[in-house]
Each structure stands twice: as C-alpha cells, then as structure tokens.
Design a protein around this ligand. Structure first.
Ligand SMILES: C[S@@+](CC[C@H](N)C(=O)[O-])C[C@H]1O[C@@H](n2cnc3c(N)ncnc32)[C@H](O)[C@@H]1O
Length: 266
C-alpha cells in the first residue's frame, strides 16, 4: 500500500495532541451509548471465555475507554502513538471498575511495534483503523504472531457504506489527484494539510485482507453506530488463531463466505 506511515503518525499525533482532553471528556458520554455498550459486552464475554486469567493488548487504546470492560485479566498493555492520549489513559473512565491486575501504558505504533511471539491471549482495537491507519495484511499478521495458541483478535474499522456519497466522492477525487502527484509534491501537500488519509473499507475488502492474513478463522459484521458524538457504520472483525466461540451479535465465521451486497469500492 502506497502510504507513508511515519507521515500519518505525525499527523495523528498532532490531531490527538489538540483533542486528548476533549476525547477523555467524551468518554463519559460515549460509555452510555448502545454502540459502546454492545462492544463493552462483547469484550467482557470474549475476555471471560478463556476461563483463566489472560494477557491483553489494547492497540490504539487512546484514553483507555475500554479498560473497564475486560474480565479475568492479569496483564493489560495499552499502546498508542499519542503521549497525550496515554496521559489521559492514566485516569480512564470507570477507573474503579478496572479489574486487570497490571495496566502498562506504552507509546508505540501498531505498524512498527514489536512484542515477543505469543505474548497475548486477546488483542483488540477500537476506533484506530480507518482514519490515518489502514487495516493491512502485514499488521494483521503481526497481531497473529503476538497471539498465543487459542488467542483472539477483535477490531473495528470504518465501513464506507456509512459514509455519505458526497464525502466518498470527495475522498475518491482527492485520492486520484494525490496519486497523480510526484512523491515530493505529495509529501509537501501532506505536511501543509497535516493530512490524515482515510482508509475506510467495504466488507468485501476487509474480507479479502483477512483471507490473505494468517488468521484461519474470522467473522465480520457491519454495525450502525448510535452515538451523539459520531454517526456512521463500522465493520467489526473477530479473528482467532483457532476456532472461537460465537456470540449473539457476531455472525459465525462461515458468514463471510456469502457477504452482504457491497456498495462500489471507493
Ligand atoms: C479514535 S481513538 C480510539 C481510542 C480508543 N481505542 C477508544 O475506542 O476510545 C484512535 C486512537 O488510535 C491511536 N492510533 C492511531 N493510529 C495508531 C497506530 N498506528 N498505532 C497505535 N495507535 C494508533 C490514536 O492515537 C488514537 O488514540
């Protein structure tokens, strides 16, 4: 994929530097929403399903909005590229409900970070992929290598079906013009705009990425987000190093064999 990940990191860091305090404030509103509560329930169910204490990695943890949802956790590592978001994560929402025995916050980029193989039982990432951060086969394979036998991955990304047509056309146009520019001009434009590129996907595209990854089992659903802070649609993906237990609002792995009709690729 033709993307300067360092450039994207700098743009994201700038954006979250300015917005970390507001984001932490918004946690208090967001945790009341059906969208958050559904994800929170799934995370609680998945982390409980191991039937033993586990190690967990929250990639792009931000202000630690989901820390309180986890069950049976020995070690929780929250990783983010933004030092300001990590600072806010020291006082996360529902701090009193967090049951993880240890919480370690580290500054790192999902694309460049390294952990020992099989370090975690569960890796999850909410809200990170889509804006400035693409889902790639490489990053999925990294997650795979960090997962222990029986380990599970749960993440979301922006579903382009939830983006209005005029914005999709604008992004499409910008993307075409951008790719026509020579690399030097692209870098200059990125720097001037502080550009965080958009990497929303269709379900079919995410399905293809997951099929090319090392994960033998995965399930994808598209969910409308009901929140006063954000409107749109997310693709949610659960993947396992081995077959995993299904939950009511996650469709079974074989559902990806017959995906819902797609809107055109942006
Ligand atoms: C929308 S926030 C979501 C935060 C949190 N997961 C939540 O759901 O509230 C996205 C977070 O992902 C982080 N992020 C973006 N790209 C990243 C990357 N490549 N590696 C690590 N963190 C990243 C951002 O700094 C930001 O804190």
């Amino acid at each position: 994929m033709d993307i300067d990940l360092h450039q994207a990191e700098a743009a994201l860091q700038n954006s979250y530097r300015a917005n970390a305090a507001q984001y932490r404030y918004d946690d208090e509103i967001e945790v009341q929403t059906p969208h958050h509560q559904r994800l929170a329930g799934n995370l609680a169910a998945i982390s409980s399903s191991f039937g033993r204490r586990i190690s967990v990695l929250d990639v792009g943890c931000g202000t630690g909005r989901f820390f309180y949802c986890l069950r049976n956790v020995d070690r929780l590592v929250g990783m983010d590229i933004s030092p300001e978001m990590l600072l806010a994560a020291e006082q996360p929402v529902y701090r009193e409900k967090i049951t993880a025995r240890t919480v370690q916050l580290i500054q790192g980029n999902a694309f460049f970070a390294s952990f020992e193989p099989q370090s975690f039982d569960l890796i999850y990432s909410f809200g990170m992929f889509g804006h400035g951060c693409p889902v790639t086969v490489d990053v999925c394979n990294k997650f795979y290598s960090w997962l222990a036998p029986g380990g599970q991955l749960y993440f979301d990304t922006v579903d382009v079906r939830g983006v209005c047509l005029s914005r999709r056309l604008k992004w499409q146009l910008r993307k075409m013009l951008y790719h026509a520019l020579p690399p030097k001009a692209r870098r200059a434009l990125d720097q001037r705009e502080g550009h965080t590129p958009f990497f929303g996907l269709t379900r079919r595209q995410l399905n293809q990425i997951m099929r090319q990854s090392r994960f033998p089992h995965f399930a994808i659903v598209s969910e409308i987000c009901h929140s006063p802070l954000w409107k749109g649609r997310h693709l949610e993906c659960r993947a396992g190093v081995s077959a995993f237990q299904n939950f009511t609002n996650i469709t079974p792995p074989n559902s990806t064999a017959n995906p819902a009709p797609e809107s055109p690729t942006p």
